[in-house]
Design a protein around this ligand. Structure first.
Ligand code: C2E
Ligand code: MG
Ligand code: MG
Length: 704
């Protein structure tokens, strides 16, 4: 999960917003204040009822006390009675009396409005000492009546407790109502204020929740002028940084750093979406894969840095060409999805055209793209061309998914390479061929395990003496059913699937062991073994061969290794270095199929080789092609001048042998002397020739 997604998930997880929680807090505070307030009022009220009675009692004592004391002292009972009667209508009054200091009741007043309950409790509440007394149902005020500094009696006034409490409760309810009204007004005002204050925070939260990875560029506007605005600005800055970091990451993930074109990852996604689109829609698409064939060599010659610069140039050219092709070939308008050019591997580019009117448009688009890459580019004063081969596939016809489409376009590319054509479209037969190759590879692996690849030996004959000088070991695959498979079929396949090493090793071993056996019988015949291009990739090439020679017990001087002209000339320096240890031990090297690689004769002198095998096409042509004799003569003369021994391949007639013998060719090989023979047959031939039994057209055969 991205940090942003986590943040948003966190925001969603919270059940209550901050504003909600503040409102809850404020509401809680209000309730708490109300509760505390009530408790305080309640306590105060309870005390206040007693205080009220004290006050009322005090007022009565002040108003009536002196006069009552006087009346009591003077014994004026009438006046005392009148004064006592003034209390009759006092609120909550139950009774009042005047007593002597000794406690005898002088006079008593009972209120007609006094509740029976209070009167019943009255005898209990008859204290004699001054003060306020709280009984179960009554408050009793006892006030001393003093005259000239002496207490002449007591006035006792009893109030009904419930009546007094109810009056106070009414007051309390009033206060409560006022408080409630204040809460009722304050609560919504407070909530409104809180929600106003929190509004920017809500905006911020909603904005954060609504953000997705694709719109990190959006900005938030908060103009509150407070910390929220600062927070929003900080948030915007943070999102800006996140956005550019995401863009950088996307670029790293989907853009090729050298060419700045979409990379293989992005290409794969685009291809899948175009294939899906093409499957659903009616329009076809095309995939074109372009390989820069010369790039690895350019990298070897000019260095990696230069190769990268050239690649960048090639990428720019391709992108420009694709834009042009969109307008001129696809006739795509502004609303249509443009074609995509991408770099999909070290030396491969690809173009995806999402919609095309016809396969011929695909061919034209491929042409435009290919010619953009084939044109030489100017680079540091040089004109350099990449050499481009193209494979194309139509979508969705040639691939129901991205992988298949790409595999098919690459199959077409490889086929174009094999046929040395600049461009090829995928066809079903290519796929069939690929499957057949896979099946062949499986068969070859099994055949290797069962040692079905064996060396056959074709005699090489000294053209002057007619004696066998040696043999070329040619690989033969004998299937379990006895049928023979030609090396023309399995050698190229083995080179392609990497089995060539194992096959070559088994042929080399076979050839060395057989030649060693011939030697032990006294036939010191040379054995020539073919070396494939891939074997030169192995640094331990010489070591492996020397070990085989040693294990077989064959004299190094009896082994010849044949390297085709094209392989030798292509990797001249590497081949020279790799064969050096073998030449030092006496192994001889031959240039095979000479004349097919078109290398200049002068280049020959640079090869540290010993033998030159003239390709059979020139020998075959001796009778039919008027130029062939001159070519063969020139090759022979030139080989003599650089001290190369010569072997003519494919000698089939005595006329050819005679021509070659006259021009100084030393050795001949061909059906005239025999095809490649099974080891036992070749040994039999050696024995026969040693015994003088083998007949060649020009005479008897011997062993050199
Ligand atoms: P190559 O090395 O040039 O071998 C000569 C080919 O010419 C052989 O074909 C041989 O049978 C054929 N040939 C010989 N004399 C005549 C003739 O008078 N007329 C005609 N028309 N053909 C003749 P083969 O055996 O089919 O081998 C084909 C190629 O396969 C060889 O060409 C060689 O390049 C390759 N090859 C064979 N064995 C091996 C091997 O063990 N390792 C590697 N790397 N390549 C091998
Ligand atoms: Mg050969
Ligand atoms: Mg050859």
């Amino acid at each position: 999960m991205t940090p942003q997604a986590e943040f948003m998930a966190g925001a969603k997880r919270r059940a209550m917003s901050l504003a909600g929680r503040v409102c809850l807090l404020v509401a809680g505070l209000i309730v708490a204040v109300a509760v505390v307030f009530s408790a305080v009022i309640w306590t105060a009220w309870k005390d206040e009822s007693r205080g009220h009675v004290e006050v009322v009692g005090g007022e009565i004592a002040r108003a009536l006390g002196p006069r009552m004391a006087e009346s009591l002292a003077s014994g004026d009972r009438d006046r005392l009675g009148r004064l006592l009667n003034t209390l009759k209508d006092g609120t909550g009054l139950v009774w009042a009396d005047v007593r002597t200091p000794a406690g005898a009741t002088v006079m008593r007043l009972t209120s007609p409005a006094a509740p029976a309950r209070a009167l019943a409790a009255a005898p209990l509440a008859t204290p004699n000492t001054p003060g306020v007394f709280v009984g179960r149902d009554a408050y009793v005020v006892v006030a001393p009546l003093r005259k000239d500094g002496a207490t002449v009696g007591y006035l006792r006034v009893s109030f009904d407790r419930k009546t007094i409490d109810d009056i106070r409760a009414g007051r309390f309810a009033e206060v409560w109502l006022i408080v409630l009204a204040m809460i009722a007004i304050a609560a919504p005002v407070t909530l409104f204020a809180v929600s106003r204050i929190m509004a920017p925070l809500r905006t911020l939260t909603e904005f954060a929740q609504s953000l997705t990875e694709d719109d990190l560029g959006r900005r938030l506007t908060v103009r509150s002028g407070d910390e929220f605005e600062t927070l929003a600005e900080a948030f915007n800055r943070m999102m800006g940084r996140l956005d550019s970091a995401m863009q950088r990451m996307r670029k790293l993930a989907y853009v090729d750093p050298i060419t700045e074109l979409p990379n293989a990852e992005r290409f794969q996604m685009e291809l899948q979406s175009v294939v899906e689109g093409a499957k659903q829609g009616e329009q076809m698409g095309a995939l074109v894969v372009l390989a820069l064939d010369r790039l690895p060599r350019l990298a070897d010659t000019l260095g990696q840095e230069a190769a990268q610069e050239l690649l960048a140039l090639a990428g720019q050219r391709l992108a420009a060409a694709v834009r042009i092709a969109d307008r001129t070939v696809r006739l795509a308008d502004a609303g249509e999805k443009p074609s995509l050019a991408a770099r999909i591997s070290n030396m491969e580019f690809a173009v995806i055209a999402p919609s095309l009117a016809s396969p011929s448009d695909a061919a034209r688009l491929a042409q435009v793209a290919a010619s953009a890459l084939s044109q030489p580019v100017g680079w540091r004063g040089h004109r350099i061309s990449f050499g481009c081969t193209v494979g194309a596939a139509m979508l969705p016809r040639d691939g129901e998914d991205a992988d298949t489409a790409l595999r098919h376009a690459r199959l077409a590319l490889n086929a174009a390479r094999g046929e040395q054509r600049p461009m090829r479209f995928f066809t079903r037969s290519l796929d069939n061929d690929a499957h057949a190759r896979l099946a062949l590879e499986r068969e070859m692996r099994d055949a290797l395990e069962r040692s079905e690849f064996r060396a056959f030996f074709q005699p090489k004959v000294n053209l002057l003496s007619g004696k066998i000088t040696g043999a070329e070991a040619l690989a033969r695959w004998t299937r379990p059913d006895g049928s023979l498979v030609s090396p023309a079929v399995f050698i190229p396949a083995a080179e392609e699937n990497g089995l060539i090493d194992a096959i070559s090793e088994s042929i080399l071993r076979d050839a060395c062991w057989k030649a060693a056996a011939w030697s032990r019988e006294g036939f010191h015949a040379h054995v020539a073994v073919n070396i494939s291009a891939l074997q030169f990739n192995d640094e331990r090439f010489a070591q492996k061969i020397l070990r085989t020679l040693e294990q077989a017990g064959l004299d190094c001087g009896l082994l010849e290794l044949e390297v085709t002209e094209s392989v030798a000339m292509k990797n001249l320096d590497r081949v020279t270095a790799l064969i050096e240890p073998l030449r030092a031990r006496g192994v001889r090297f031959a240039i095979d199929d000479f004349g097919t690689g078109h290398s200049s004769l002068a280049a020959l002198t640079r090869l540290p080789f010993d033998l030159l095998k003239i390709d059979q096409q020139f020998i075959r042509g001796l009778a039919e092609d008027k130029h062939a004799p001159a070519i063969v003569e020139t090759i022979l003369a030139m080989a003599a001048s650089v001290n190369f021994d010569t072997v003519a391949e494919g000698v089939e007639t005595e006329e050819q042998a005679a021509f070659l013998r006259l021009r100084g060719c030393s050795v001949g090989q061909g059906y005239l002397y025999g095809p490649a023979l099974a080891p036992a047959d070749f040994l039999a031939l050696l024995r026969r020739s040693a015994g003088g039994a083998a007949e060649w057209p020009q005479g008897r055969l011997g062993v050199a």
